[in-house]
Design a protein around this ligand. Structure first.
Ligand code: C2E
Ligand code: MG
Ligand code: MG
Ligand code: MG
Length: 292
């Protein structure tokens, strides 16, 4: 069994650990090539405004079209990206791709008012010196305004935030790119961070959303979290909405936005475009005329 013993600072590596390490190294080099060969792709998951029942935005989620293994979700390769020092490059690829896409959509479509695309940013990207400068250049090149994006950052980042992170967050704000706290309620956050953080929205983790219909206590808990978010002057997005009942409950609790399989799974850019033009309806429309 693969297990490391830290006793006396000595680690024992089993053959299984060697094997795992070799596989990771292989994955890292494959990923490095994938970045160069444009095998990554941005998928989009609609975010719905529960007050108007309209698409208010989308979250961009990275996928890897692996030549042999097919479409890979981030779980299969983000750790390797982090370990291999490829996270910054991957993040830049994603941001460049998304800003390009948003530029095309703004030029070619009548986007819903306030439509924006949420992009996940890893802590390493914010710790890297010039994310704001990079984003500024992209936005200028594509003629996209900063508010068309929202950068999702995780709570864990906030706890270890240093000068570079703070400077990046300030600079992003200065160019009009809103920030959002992702996976809110999953652990790291201390309530005091909420007050000092320049974020526009907080995204409630799906582990909280999904317990909503099961227990009354969970519902009160989510209600309290929504109050907290609102008290801090932020809007709330609930992720992982899979059922109509969850959407209805969240609306009654004054949660502004929701995303999840009930509305749509993450889809390729062409499918997202169909949602935006009205050529395709949200999955929820089959269930509830409100979403049609
Ligand atoms: P996240 O940012 O919390 O994204 C939400 C995840 O929940 C996505 O998984 C999405 O497909 C999934 N999801 C959405 N609705 C539902 C639902 O109703 N039920 C269930 N069970 N799941 C739902 P995905 O695409 O596999 O991404 C996983 C994580 O990988 C993301 O979690 C995010 O932390 C990270 N990630 C994805 N794309 C990027 C990226 O471009 N850059 C960075 N740094 N991280 C990324
Ligand atoms: Mg996210
Ligand atoms: Mg999330
Ligand atoms: Mg999550």
């Amino acid at each position: 069994q693969a297990k490391s013993e830290g006793k006396g600072g000595v680690s024992i590596f089993t053959p299984a650990m060697h094997q795992a390490a070799r596989e990771r190294m292989h994955l890292v080099s494959e990923l490095r090539r994938a970045l160069a060969a444009d095998q990554l792709e941005a998928f989009y998951q609609p975010i719905v405004d529960l007050r108007t029942d309209r698409v208010a935005g989308a979250e961009a989620l990275v996928r890897w079209r692996h030549p042999e293994r097919g479409l890979l979700a981030p779980d299969a390769f983000l750790d390797a990206a982090e370990e291999g020092g490829l996270m910054v490059e991957l993040g830049r690829w994603m941001l460049g791709n998304v800003v390009g896409q948003v530029g095309r959509w703004t030029r070619e479509l009548e986007l819903p008012e306030n439509f924006r695309v949420h992009v996940n940013i890893s802590p390493s990207e914010l710790r890297h010196g010039d994310l704001a400068a990079f984003a500024t250049r992209l936005l200028q090149e594509q003629g996209v305004e900063g508010w068309r994006l929202t950068l999702e950052i995780t709570e864990s980042l906030l706890v270890t935030r240093g000068d570079v992170v703070d400077r990046n967050m300030e600079a992003l704000r200065a160019i009009g790119i809103p920030l959002e706290i992702d996976d809110f309620g999953t652990g790291y956050s201390s309530i005091s961070y909420l007050q000092s953080l320049p974020a526009e929205n907080a995204k409630i983790d799906r582990s909280l959303t999904q317990g909503l219909l099961v227990e009354d206590q969970q519902r009160q808990f989510v209600s309290a979290i929504l109050d907290l978010i609102h008290t801090a002057g932020m809007g709330a997005v609930a992720e992982g909405v899979e059922e109509r009942g969850q959407a209805d409950l969240l609306r009654s609790l004054r949660c502004e936005y929701a995303q999840g399989y009930y509305f749509s799974r993450p889809v390729p850019a062409e499918t997202m475009r169909e949602y935006l033009t009205g050529a395709r309806q949200l999955a929820a429309a089959a269930d509830d005329a409100r979403w049609a």
